[in-house]
Design a protein around this ligand. Structure first.
Ligand SMILES: [Fe+2]
Ligand SMILES: [Fe+2]
Length: 291
């Protein structure tokens, strides 16, 4: 399937061209390299965030059986629908005018805030045994922090500030990538010994890199020498975070294709695999732009 084109934006696909390789694949739309226009950044972030967060609503509802969590499930479905229609609206409109920037970002933030609150409430309910869904407390928490990151970015962009701080970008995403690797390990079929081990090693590397600075690179290399060495040889870079990110993206792309083709046994919805992969693409883009 051919992707849509967006004037002045980059469209990233799994294979790098302008076609999508599977019905589960969605492209990532980004401002061009070096583009410092807050309006374009705000549009791309709003496009990405509403798509990702609508999917959170969908995944949460799928992990909440009607018999166990009817109310929580219907709320999740409502967030899916609302954020999805906002996403469609954004996708079909051009970036706002400069004078509309703040109201544009404000509208998206207003739609996301109740979902952040929901994730916090449901996470607490699951943690304390009031809710018995198939969503781990850590997954509610992970999805809540992702939403908070987009709100933070949209607030910053609403003020016309485009720059990323590297510490902030690494601090946010390394943590999320550690968790995502552990989610993968726990959603794979227990027979997938090698991939489960690889996922846990990847999570360990991100847990170390999250601490930031040269010390974290050294401790990641000591704790997981094989994983770090492999990243450095596959994606040589002076930046260990970037080479680990690119390697993790390769693994996620392989896993997504493996799940789609049923080469990998798991209980992972292919749409969730593609979702996680797109988050990695976003992290890499933010890391490239961060000073
Ligand atoms: Fe997510
Ligand atoms: Fe995630």
């Amino acid at each position: 399937m051919q992707t849509r084109t967006y004037p002045d934006m980059i469209v990233l696909t799994r294979r790098g061209g302008d076609t999508l390789e599977s019905p589960h694949e969605k492209p990532v739309i980004l401002p061009r390299e070096g583009d410092m226009d807050p309006v374009k950044h705000a549009w791309c972030d709003a496009f990405f965030a509403t798509q990702i967060l609508a999917e959170h609503g969908l995944f949460l509802s799928l992990m909440m059986p009607e018999e166990l969590a009817a109310e929580a499930r219907s709320e999740a479905k409502r967030f899916h629908q609302e954020l999805n229609s906002l996403h469609e609206e954004i996708a079909n409109a051009s970036p706002p005018q400069r004078s509309e920037l703040q109201s544009f970002t404000g509208q998206v933030i207003d739609a996301v805030m109740p979902f952040i609150d929901y994730k916090a409430r449901m996470g607490e309910a699951q943690r304390t045994g009031q809710l018995h869904s198939f969503v781990w407390p850590l997954m509610f928490d992970h999805m809540r922090r992702e939403a908070q990151w987009y709100v933070h970015r949209l607030e910053t962009l609403g003020r016309g500030q485009v720059e990323f701080s590297r510490d902030e970008v690494v601090g946010n995403w390394a943590d999320l990538m550690d968790e995502e690797a552990r989610f993968l390990a726990h959603l794979l079929d227990p027979d997938e010994f090698d991939l489960i081990q690889k996922a846990m090693q990847t999570s360990q590397v991100w847990r170390e890199l999250e601490k930031g600075g040269m010390g974290s690179v050294v401790s990641a290399s000591i704790k997981e020498p094989g994983t770090v060495m492999q990243s450095m040889s596959q994606h040589p870079s002076t930046d260990a975070v970037m080479s680990s990110a690119l390697t993790t993206l390769d693994v996620q792309t392989d896993v997504t294709r493996g799940i789609e083709a049923a080469r990998i046994k798991s209980i992972i919805d292919p749409r969730l695999a593609d979702h996680n992969r797109r988050e990695m693409v976003k992290f890499i883009d933010e890391l490239k732009r961060a000073s």
